[in-house]
Ligand binder design. Structure first.
Ligand SMILES: C[S@@+](CC[C@H](N)C(=O)[O-])C[C@H]1O[C@@H](n2cnc3c(N)ncnc32)[C@H](O)[C@@H]1O
Length: 367
């Protein structure tokens, strides 16, 4: 009896896919525009961006996710904000080296339900090694890339030098002469081949819309991260190449927002389940962080879900989302109901530090 209920409780948790958010919250919060006093809706993923949305001073942020493991990532962060100092938070998450992550984990989960405590205790060893922001499947791919492949391509010195702040022309020279070596090009072509990415769980159809090969797409995005933007300001690139953050941190993890977010945690309204479940409640929201969920839907399902989101939107609500590879924008038959904020999109795209997305969309509801 006890065993079966325990198993049922445990089986409810799948694996963490994203242990930290790989979408830039600076870009997201700017794109959402003024939201003070409103209701916002966010896909949870690892929870960082739902927390960042609290800095906009909304009345509440409704957080949804199909995956209980992803919701567990948000609960861990809530506990960490409540019970840790900011430097301890960074250690637990893996942004900074640490020898005390087990103790910090114990403190952070003290208020969680027994099931959530057990979920995190089972991950204690991995959290100890990589930080709580490093224990997802996505971060594991990056770790394999960094530890098993990258050492054959770039020396430690080249990787360190990548994060020295330079002028844009100097960044182009560094990319051309130090980073874009023939070994790097071979690595990109193999690791990001359709075959390998397909084997890593992405549907082959995913690449049908990509201009050129996935490796060419990645090379273009690396140019954005390494030349158009300054790598010294990029926490995502730093984690991918070095396994921790450097001086630059994602918005939610920065000291300047710690107390504000901590003081507004009770404005989170966590609803495990689908976005579609929220839109069917009849509530209206003033802004949506939709992550890149539309890419995982067929165009027909996307059109239906998009329309239902419009029904759940207050006038002037903004829909903010990314596309990694598949193109998704307001379906043609709904174009009269939204306005695309191209200027906002372009301004934020040029700054997006989570550089691997091919598109960033900001659409404002007219009616
Ligand atoms: C689409 S994934 C993308 C993750 C992302 N790129 C990141 O950096 O974290 C984000 C989350 O959306 C959730 N998700 C996907 N479709 C959903 C839906 N229709 N309703 C609620 N959550 C959904 C997944 O469970 C996952 O945790």
């Amino acid at each position: 009896m006890t065993n079966s209920s325990e198993i049922a409780g445990k089986a409810a948790f799948d694996h963490i896919r994203y242990a930290q958010l790989w979408e830039d919250a600076d870009v997201l919060t700017t794109a959402l525009g003024p939201c003070a006093g409103g209701t916002l809706v966010s896909i949870c993923s690892a929870g960082d961006n739902a927390l960042a949305m609290l800095t906009l001073d909304p009345a509440k942020v409704v957080v949804v996710d199909l995956s209980p493991a992803q919701i567990a990532c948000l609960h861990l962060r809530i506990g960490a904000f409540r019970h840790l100092t900011h430097p301890e938070f960074l250690e637990l998450m893996g942004a900074r080296p640490s020898t005390q992550r087990s103790e910090l984990l114990t403190k952070a989960i003290v208020d969680l339900t027994p099931e959530l405590q057990q979920f995190w205790r089972d991950l204690d060893e991995e959290v100890n090694l990589y930080g709580a922001g490093g224990v997802g499947k996505f971060e594991r791919y990056f770790r394999i890339f960094r530890t098993k492949l990258l050492p054959f391509v770039h020396s430690r010195r080249t990787l360190d030098d990548t994060f020295i702040s330079r002028s844009q022309p100097e960044r182009q020279v560094f990319l051309d002469t130090r980073f874009n070596t023939w070994r790097w090009k071979i690595l990109l072509n193999v690791f990001f081949s359709r075959f390998v990415m397909g084997r890593m769980g992405r549907d082959k159809a995913f690449f049908d819309h990509v201009d050129g090969s996935p490796a060419q797409h990645v090379a273009r995005r690396i140019h954005h991260a390494a030349v158009a933007c300054d790598p010294a300001d990029n926490p995502y690139l730093h984690w991918i190449l070095k396994g921790t953050h450097g001086d630059a941190l994602p918005m939610t993890w920065r000291a300047e927002y710690f107390e504000t977010i901590k003081s507004r945690l009770d404005r989170l309204d966590i609803r495990p389940g689908s976005l579609e479940a929220f839109v069917s409640t009849g509530e209206k929201a003033d802004g949506f962080n939709l992550s890149d969920i539309f890419e995982y839907m067929s165009p027909d399902v996307f059109a239906q879900v998009y329309e239902s989101i419009l029904e759940a939107s207050a006038p002037n609500a903004r829909l903010v989302y990314w596309n990694m590879m598949a193109p998704r924008r307001v379906p043609q038959h709904l174009q009269h109901r939204v306005q695309t904020l191209t200027d906002v999109e372009n301004a934020q795209k040029s700054k997006d530090k989570a550089f691997f997305y091919s598109d960033f969309v900001v659409e404002e509801v007219i009616s």
